[in-house]
Design a protein around this ligand. Sequence first.
Ligand code: MG
Length: 257
Amino acid sequence: MSEGQEGNSKPERVGYWNDRMKEKTSKKMMRKGLEKREQRQKVKAVVFDFDGTLAVLNIDFQLMRERFFDLLNLFGIEKELIKERYVLEMINEVYLILVARNPSQAKDFYHRAHQILQEVELHAASEGKLIPGIETTLKGLREKGIKVGIVTRNCGEAVLRVFPNLYDHCDLFISRDSVRRVKPHPDHLHSVMKGLHLSGEEALMVGDHPIDIQAGKKAGMKTVGVLTGRTKREEFERIGADYILRDATEINQVLEQ
Ligand SMILES: [Mg+2]
């Protein structure tokens, strides 16, 4: 799933290329965003979110939520009971409610809910595209000796459908399938840093959503917000992203040369 980009309102099409125009990413605006830089960073790794950061995917979160709530109905759970905001977390919350009633029912719910997520994600992945130039960017980082990590709340299968040669371009990929607690929980990033044998202070976290910034900060990383998702510059400024870039191909602007 796309990193909690779902919301309660009808999702709007990401429309990256349109946004590039609308965002008025003129050189003037770029300078404004980059004024936030304290200094260029000397890091040993850059960790990227996937959806909205390395690729454009239009996951239909409204459909996902509708199908999920239908499933809740089927299992006799009122949606008003649910405190979590995102489907991925809601599944875990509902599982815990159900497991107290009937463990086999809880298991069935969990399986069916994940099936819904995956179907919607795989459908979006079939039309997803990498951000133009991103493979060259990742290759360039690794040629400089900088490790590349990729983290996502999406399922691995959907990511690999969009980026089949992902493993040629990164040192470590951790989808939701291989971690117990996904971002914004910092464990997701701790797993990456552990796998790369580095500490959070030695890495940058790059993402298009506030949860990427929150998770990065919790893991002790410097953070970079990119404007290729739905989060606007002002929001990244408000939550204290260390850097704001138009897209992830500009990462070299924040790295020490
Ligand atoms: Mg994202």
